[in-house]
Design a protein around this ligand. Structure first.
Ligand SMILES: [Zn+2]
Ligand SMILES: [Zn+2]
Length: 317
């Protein structure tokens, strides 16, 4: 069955139905698989969309995902099934292979700033596609974060709809702006700087903090101090790379075998009230029955405590 979107009739959730995704290779399950992202195995991936090279060797490579969550259908088609609809909408799913070295840790990559530049470049391009409403860039690191290959990579998906979580954030930004004529994130940043309890690091360009209502243990957000809604307008990639080195090195020092998701939140197309930020969501505890049943999260480490531990930087497991 061709990948398509289904809207849950009982909620505001969307689901992507895609049988093909189950065929993805997984080197967490089978360590004998040949890594399609390693140099020499380029034929196992679709052709490169972009390559950064030194001599004739690539060190960053962007390809279409061989098992895309969504595909380009050339036009958006709706298929009726009784009271339901299947949405065969355009999407695009790319993979950014961030280094030729299979076992390199993301924060140790020397050309980290160039990786952010490539993120920004691809994000800008995907936003230019006609049917693209939202572009999501994310990294799954480690088995508990849903990664299937250890080789450092991130994914970028152009979506024909705005995801529920982002739409919810957009509504909060919009409401706050109409009420106070100010940006919600700019005020949160000001508040965090004043309170000093949840700030891990701040320099002239970025702030790293644990959000007040952190959903996950050691949830960390990174935001630019200067108001900007679109990540692809960011230019300080060196500064951002330094921040990532600092935060991830600390998290990896504290937790052996850390798994995390990293998600870029940038403004959807034609949305004015937003302030881009990056969410790092360590997977130290799994959402369980209560979380799935209620949409609530129970977080066993307060953000204030998480920042204290992060600043200390001592191993705790
Ligand atoms: Zn590899
Ligand atoms: Zn702002």
């Amino acid at each position: 069955m061709k990948p398509h979107l289904r809207k849950d009739i009982f909620s505001s959730c969307w689901v992507i139905i895609n049988d093909e995704r189950s065929k993805r290779p997984n080197d967490y399950v089978d360590s004998n698989i040949i890594c399609p992202f390693c140099p020499g195995n380029e034929k196992q991936t679709p052709v490169a969309i972009l390559e950064r090279k030194r001599g004739n060797k690539w060190y960053i490579r962007v390809v279409e995902n061989k098992y895309p969550a969504l595909v380009e259908n050339n036009n958006n088609v709706l298929e009726k099934e009784g009271i339901f609809f299947k949405y065969f909408f355009n999407g695009r799913h790319e993979v950014i292979i961030e280094t030729p070295l299979h076992r390199e840790n993301f924060y140790n990559i020397k050309h980290l700033s160039e990786i952010f530049e490539v993120y920004s470049f691809r994000m800008n391009y995907l936003y230019s596609l006609k049917n693209s409403k939202y572009v999501m860039l994310f990294k799954n690191y480690g088995v508990n974060a849903g990664a299937s290959l250890k080789h450092p990579h991130s994914q970028i998906i152009s979506l024909p709809i705005i995801p529920v979580r982002v739409e919810d954030e957009v509504k909060r930004f919009r409401y706050y702006f109409y009420k106070y004529r100010r940006c919600l994130m700019c005020d949160v940043i000001e508040n965090e700087i004043m309170l000093k309890k949840r700030v891990f690091y701040i320099d002239d360009f970025f702030i790293v903090f644990a959000p007040f209502a952190s959903r996950f243990n050691f949830e960390i957000w990174i935001a630019p101090l200067k108001h900007e809604k679109d990540f692809f307008n960011e230019e300080n990639f060196n500064g951002l790379a330094d921040i990532f080195r600092l935060v991830l090195k600390k998290l990896h020092r504290i937790f052996d075998d850390l798994s995390y998701n990293m998600i870029f939140h940038t403004a959807p197309k034609n949305v004015e009230n937003f302030h881009w930020h990056i969410e790092i969501l360590p997977k130290l505890a799994m959402p369980a029955g209560f979380e799935w049943g209620s949409g609530f999260y129970i977080n066993s480490v307060s953000p204030e405590q998480a920042i204290k531990i992060l600043k200390l930087g001592k191993k705790i497991n």
